[in-house]
Design a protein around this ligand. Structure first.
Ligand SMILES: *Cc1c(COP(=O)(O)O)cnc(C)c1O
Length: 215
């Protein structure tokens, strides 16, 4: 399947309120240019150096999504160029981002929903407890726009469904705390975006189903 066919087949089957982020990590500039020429403006990268390099060499109207686990000492690299940081997985990272955020930075909180210890994120319970106590996410220049999660890598669709459902439930539970700008639920990748949308995703992060497999 070509890049054009990959994008079209997804765009044609997602609701209009869902954003497709094309995950271009490891792919060369020319490949991003091809997707850009087809109208794509949202791209996801997980390595800060690669994100900076690509942003410097591609059009300014691209919306860059920093999607992967982010080390605190790399916060200053990504904050000036990212439209949305998807993976705030600790209070310490949140604090590091706030130091470099400038006037305003949009972020998502990553919640650990998978049955895999190596995935990052707050547990749903821990995050709720932090919110109940209050006070840990008060930087005026950082706006928490929603939640992000990655389901277990498995063929078991009902497990994926229940993990996404849990994230959606948490999202609904806590959204009154954050108000109307809390509007983004980032869940779903190449293998599970259809399930994610059924469970209420508003943003899917799709790489290999558009650009082919990575090395
Ligand atoms: C790589 C990556 C994706 C895209 O993965 P595909 O399976 O290629 O669609 C999505 N989200 C995150 C956080 C990633 O690191």
């Amino acid at each position: 399947m070509s890049i054009a066919e990959g994008i079209a087949s997804i765009q044609n089957s997602i609701p209009s309120n869902v954003t497709l982020v094309a995950v271009s990590k490891t792919k060369p500039i020319e490949v991003i240019q091809e997707a850009y020429a087809l109208g794509m403006r949202d791209f996801g990268e997980n390595r800060p150096a690669e994100l900076v390099e690509k942003a410097n060499n591609l059009p300014n109207d691209i919306r860059w999504h920093a999607i992967g686990h982010l080390q605190r000492n790399k916060a200053s690299m990504v904050t000036p160029i990212s439209t949305l940081i998807h993976a705030v997985d600790s209070v310490r990272l949140y604090d590091a981002l706030s130091k470099h955020a400038g006037e305003k930075l949009d972020v998502l909180i990553q919640i650990h929903i998978a049955d895999e210890p190596n995935k990052h994120g707050f547990s749903a319970d821990d995050f709720k407890k932090i919110l109940d106590v209050g006070g840990d996410f008060l930087s005026p220049n950082i706006k928490i726009r929603g939640l992000m999660g990655m389901a277990t890598f498995t063929d078991n669709n009902s497990q994926i469904m229940s993990e996404f459902k849990a994230l959606r439930t948490l999202f609904d539970d806590i959204s009154p705390t954050f108000g109307k700008d809390f509007d983004t639920l980032s869940m779903g990748m190449s293998g599970d975006w259809k399930i994610a949308i059924d469970e209420g995703s508003t943003l899917i992060r799709v790489g290999s189903a558009i650009f082919g497999s990575r090395n």
